[in-house]
Structures are given as structure tokens and as C-alpha cells.
Design a binder for this molecule. Structure first.
Ligand SMILES: Nc1nc2c(ncn2[C@@H]2O[C@H](COP(=O)(O)OP(=O)(O)O)[C@@H](O)[C@H]2O)c(=O)[nH]1
Ligand SMILES: [Mg+2]
Length: 442
């Protein structure tokens, strides 16, 4: 996603907070300035940027700390919450129930991605066990029916249309009759217009005659904050409207488009992030922000950070901080991670780790965790405390004892030195996510 750039600048801004030795007014002000810069680069409207900065700064500096939360955690929480609010309330999902024919009509200016989105939406509901069907009412653009037919065929989706008829309303009404038993019917429209007024007028005519349950405006995300004009006109014109923002993969302006639409109060229900039929997702601001920042859901995040912290006794953590990290410590870390979900997921959720841990190390760690634990169990206390003493006969013995191969043991030892090196780097950066509580990190 091209939004990655926004995500990574926001993340870099937060990272400074993770790393700061103390979190004070200057830290918060610097954070806010960096967030502003990141948002402006993503084409977010200046006024909106000022609004969100003010809220973040006010809350981060003045709000009373919730019980058991450090200033640092609180600042991160505030940023997360304000970005989420910035992208709108959690939209009410389209209620689709088996047998209750829900009719959704897609409108939008030419090239915004309606036809593609029609197929994507159908696929979305199909994957959830529902029976969708499509109607093509684009009688304006030659080849429109063929385009949708091709997409529909790929996902085995029934499609109604008639390239020879010129009357879109007639096709729509016939199609609705044709698809009586379906759960959701998605209507693709022509959208031959290049500007809002005409589009809205056309939409109202269709609305009156076709009477859909919901009208979804498809907005091209690459237009950035300009999306506000369409979204505003649309939101005022129909009470049954929702929004689907497309092409968020191809543009650095996606953040601008999303925030502009959200600011009009129009509910964004879906976003599309690629040309493939599967590239659609329901839009949930909190989830979106979590992913944007590369840190998952906030509640889970804070919870897991604390869990991870509690598992390491302070004395041990201090020893590790002061430079000692043995295989016993590594084993205890593995133990602590057990039952906390996949290693990768856990690391992703910890601030300061999500962009730092090399991908291949995550993969290895996830796959080998169990094997490593068994290998370490087969070592003598001396070996665990001082892995340097490993030679080929010791490796052979441990491999035999643990029912693994010498290659496995060597791999573990290599992994151990990688982890040790990583801890050293983290230590230098003054952020040690696993061993945070009560240490000089706060
Ligand atoms: N990269 C990317 N391209 C998209 C996306 N959605 C649509 N497109 C492309 O945008 C172009 C116009 O899409 P189309 O559905 O025909 O727009 P319509 O005129 O509104 O029906 C096509 O080339 C699509 O492949 C998206 O989310 N990402
Ligand atoms: Mg089309």
C-alpha cells in the first residue's frame, strides 16, 4: 500500500516517543510537529491537520493519566485514538441476511473504479457465504457489460444486463425481478460524468426509480483531499449513502482522501487497495490505524506489552540490560511467549519492534520455537550460562539428547547470537520492549 509511507512517517514520529528518556512537553510538541508533517505529505487538508494536532497536544499534555498507564503509553494511546477518530466513526456495516434481498447501487464519476468495485463487493459477500448477484446498467460506455461479465465469470457470479438496451432503469428493474432469491444485489451504473452536480442529479433519478436500500459512492483515492467536494455533495443528497474509496494502493494521497471524506460525516464502508478482485476490505478506522502504524489493535497491544513485561523478573531484566543474555534467558523468553499467540503477531504488536525485526528472523522464530526449547532443555546448566563453550562434541551430544540434528543445534546457537546482538542494539537505543517495567526506559 502506498499508504505505507504515511504509516512509516507516523511510526517514525512515535518511535521518538518510545526512545525518549523522558516524555515531557517538548517530546509531545516534537511528536505533534512530526505528525503534522506526515499528514500534510499525505495531502491531508491543513485545517484538519491543525485540528487533530491540537487535540493530540491537549490530551497528551493535560489529560489525567489513566491508572496503571505511563506517560509514554498514554501519549501513544492518544495518537492512536485521535487518528482513529479522524477517520470517522465505526461505520454501520451493510446488513445482509440470507433471503432478504438487499439492493446496493454503486455510483461515481467515470474511472473511479465502480465496475471493479462491483465485482469486488460481490466477491466479498460471496466469501462470507452469501448469495450475491450483479446488474450492469452502464448502457453508455461501449464494452461496459463485457468488462463486468469478464469479472463476474472469474468469480462465478450471476450477472444481469442487456448491452442492446439503452434504458438503465428498465434493466435495473428487470434485473431485480430476475434475481428474486438472492441475498444482495449490486448494481453497477454508468457514471458518465466528470463533475459532481451532474453525478448527483443522475443518482437522484436512479434512486427514485430503482429504490435501492443503499447507494455507495465510489471515490478515487488518488484525488486526495479533493474528495471532500464529492463526499459532501453526496452526503447531503442522500440519507442512504455510504462511501467506498478505491486505489489506495497507488497513491500517496490516500490519507488525504480518507480524512477528507470522514470529515464530511459520510460513512466510509469499504476501501479498495489493489486491482485484484480480492483487494477490498471493510473499513474499520481503529483497525486501519493500527495497521497503518504497524502495531495492531491498541488494547491488545498495551495488554501484551504488560504481559510480556510481567513475565520477566526485574532482577533478571537488569542483568540482561547490563549485558548478560544467556541461553537460559532465551529459553525463558520462549516460555513467556508461549500461549501468547504467534511470535510474529506478538512482536508486531510491540511498539519499537514492528519495523525493526528482520522478516526472516520472524519466520524462523515462529517455525522453530518449539524445537529450540527442546534443544535448550538438553543442555547442561554450564552450557546454558556460557554458550561459548560449545564445540562439536557438545553439539553432537545435545543433538542426540534432544532428538534433533547437529544442524538444528548450530542454528539455535546462531539464532542466540543474533538475538544477543539485537538486544545489544536495542539496549543502545534505550528501548527494550520485553523488559520495560520499572527500568530506566520510562
Ligand atoms: N490500482 C488500483 N486500480 C484500480 C482500483 N480500483 C479500480 N482500479 C482501476 O481503475 C480503472 C477504472 O476502473 P473501473 O472499475 O472501470 O471504473 P469505472 O469507470 O468507475 O467503472 C481500471 O483500470 C481498474 O483496474 C484499485 O483499488 N487499485
Ligand atoms: Mg464502469
Amino acid at each position: 500500500m502506498a499508504l505505507e509511507r504515511l504509516g512509516s512517517s507516523l511510526y517514525q514520529a512515535l518511535k521518538r516517543v518510545f526512545r525518549a528518556s523522558i516524555v515531557d512537553e517538548a517530546t509531545v510538541k516534537e511528536l505533534v510537529r512530526n505528525i503534522q508533517r506526515a499528514l500534510l505529505q499525505a495531502d491531508v487538508n491543513v485545517k484538519l491537520v491543525l485540528e487533530i494536532s491540537k487535540r493530540i497536544e491537549d490530551r497528551a499534555l493535560n489529560e489525567k493519566l489513566p491508572l496503571g498507564i505511563s506517560r509514554r503509553e498514554h501519549v501513544i494511546k492518544v495518537v492512536y485514538e485521535e487518528l482513529t477518530r479522524f477517520l470517522g466513526e465505526k461505520p454501520v456495516p451493510i446488513k445482509v441476511e440470507p433471503g432478504k434481498k438487499k439492493v446496493v447501487m454503486l455510483v461515481g464519476i467515470q474511472g473511479s473504479g465502480k465496475t471493479t468495485a462491483t465485482a469486488k463487493l460481490a466477491r466479498y459477500f460471496q466469501k462470507r457465504g452469501l448469495k450475491p448477484a450483479l446488474i450492469c446498467t452502464d448502457t453508455y460506455r461501449p464494452g461496459a457489460f463485457a468488462q463486468l461479465q469478464q469479472l463476474a465469470n472469474r468469480i462465478n457470479m450471476p450477472l444481469y444486463g442487456d448491452p442492446k438496451t439503452k434504458n438503465p432503469v428498465k434493466i435495473a428493474l428487470e434485473g431485480l425481478k430476475h434475481f428474486k432469491g438472492k441475498d444482495i444485489i449490486i448494481i453497477d451504473t454508468a457514471g458518465r460524468h466528470k463533475e459532481e452536480q451532474e453525478l448527483i442529479k443522475e443518482m437522484k433519478t436512479l434512486e427514485k426509480k430503482i429504490k435501492p436500500d443503499e447507494i455507495m459512492l465510489v471515490i478515487d483515492g488518488t484525488i486526495g483531499q479533493q474528495a471532500t467536494v464529492q463526499a459532501k455533495a453526496f452526503n447531503e443528497a442522500t440519507p442512504i449513502g455510504s462511501i467506498l474509496v478505491t486505489k489506495l494502493d497507488g497513491s500517496a494521497r490516500g490519507g488525504g482522501a480518507l480524512s477528507a471524506v470522514a470529515a464530511t460525516g459520510a460513512p466510509i464502508k469499504f476501501i479498495s487497495t489493489g486491482e485484484k478482485i480480492e483487494d477490498i476490505e471493510s473499513f474499520v478506522p481503529s483497525r486501519f490505524v493500527g495497521r497503518l502504524l504497524g502495531m495492531g489493535d491498541l488494547e491488545t497491544l498495551l495488554e501484551k506489552v504488560r504481559e510480556a513485561e510481567i513475565k520477566v523478573p526485574e532482577k533478571k531484566a537488569k542483568a540482561i540490560l547490563s549485558g548478560k543474555f544467556t541461553l537460559t534467558d532465551m529459553y525463558e523468553q520462549f516460555e513467556a511467549m508461549k500461549g501468547m499467540g504467534p511470535f510474529r503477531k506478538l512482536l508486531r504488536m510491540i511498539p519499537g519492534m514492528s519495523y525493526d525485526v528482520p522478516e526472516d528472523m520472524l519466520n524462523t522464530a515462529e517455525d522453530r520455537l518449539e524445537k529450540w526449547r527442546v534443544i535448550i532443555q538438553s543442555m547442561t546448566p554450564k552450557e546454558k550460562e556460557n554458550p561459548k563453550i560449545f564445540n562439536s562434541s557438545r553439539i553432537k551430544r545435545v543433538a542426540k539428547g534432544s532428538g534433533t540434528s547437529e544442524k538444528d543445534v548450530k542454528e539455535l546457537l546462531k539464532q542466540y547470537s543474533i538475538m544477543r546482538r539485537m538486544l545489544k542494539t536495542l539496549r543502545r537505543k534505550k528501548k527494550l520492549p520485553f523488559f520495560g517495567k520499572g527500568l530506566p526506559l520510562k
